[in-house]
Design a protein around this ligand. Sequence first.
Ligand code: NAD
Ligand code: IPM
Ligand code: MN
Length: 362
Amino acid sequence: MAGKGGRIARVAVVEGDGIGPEVVREGKKVLTTIAACTPFQVEFHDAPAGGGVYKRTGSSLPESSLKTMEASDAILFGAIGLPDLPQGTAEIAILKMRQHFDQYVNLRPVKLFDSLRDVCPLKDRFIGPGIDMIIVRENTEGLYAKIGGQIHGDAAANLMLYTKVGVDRILEYAFELAKADPAHAKVTSVDKANILACSQMWRQRFHEIAKHYPDIETEDFYVDAFCQWLIRKPYECKVVVTENMFGDIVSDEAAYLLGSLGMAPSGNINPKGISMYEPIHGSAPDIAGKGIANPIGAILAVKIMLSESFKENAIAKAVGDAVEAALLKGRTQDIAKDGMPTLSTSEMGDLVAGELRAALKK
Ligand code: NAD
Ligand code: IPM
Ligand code: MN
């Protein structure tokens, strides 16, 4: 691995649309800073995907980009989606990538830094001892299994499909995560077993697999009630495992507990293959081009990349610490605070890179 075996880390970069390129630039800045201060070396290879490249080439995921990704160690992804294209035209690219690379885990950590309790929309007593959960979203099956669905005249249908193999592997991943980390030694399963056959199989497998992890506390919730618990007692959530569409929805709700969708990272992970790292937010056309997007989600996605794809756990921790330190000195407008400098996207990235440089050079 780069820095360890002397090989240079190859990172394919999908800038994407809207604020995608703006936040990806800051993610790359962090990786470049690491390369300047440590033996970890990195090279970037552009792999365009999304709405912009669709307009230029007629494909939102050109074959040449896929080849670049296949030749990489990891993928850094911004966001895709353009409001002037038909629904799904750009977005299909990310789903194809998840399927193509079998990135069946979507890891979405939601951690509220102590210094940011003021931006959490909850009253202090609901934040309690603090928010630090990891949402594990199934990422290749469910309603996303056969992308597209069908429209027949006045009727439309999508198929929710789960396989036992697909359910077991994501549940096992969640339990292993809980087992490896005493701070997250509890798994909450979120389903809709009171109505959906897929969820009934999910719940049954959850309890079966739980038997192999007697030291891990478990609980299950229906997704509707879980949405309530998420804002009522968010501090009780540790590892939360759920199916694809529920995970998409509850992770945006959870992310806003951090005061902005711009704060939350995600890893689309194939533990034995090529993984993709991105902020959880979209292309945010309402703020694109203004230089005000929050790049912390993209930077924390780089943190996940460092630990998951490159096993550089110490550097990954340094990135998290640098983000925390930087947020004590300035914030982007979405999480602004009176008396503290309000920073542009690139200024926020510079501040994190500066903190990181100082820490790595010690
Ligand atoms: P969005 O996540 O782009 O934006 C939702 C809200 O959050 C907006 O008000 C936006 O300004 C704000 N926001 C998002 N990221 C921010 C950041 N970094 N800093 C500050 N504020 C931020 O969701 P949307 O508006 O529903 O979708 C826009 C487009 O993005 C659509 O085309 C959608 O399909 C696509 N999308 C793509 C991805 C992806 O690429 N992974 C994810 C979600 C949505
Ligand atoms: C996400 C997004 C995607 C999803 C869209 C853009 C296809 O919302 O990554 O959270 O639904 O998974
Ligand atoms: Mn989403």
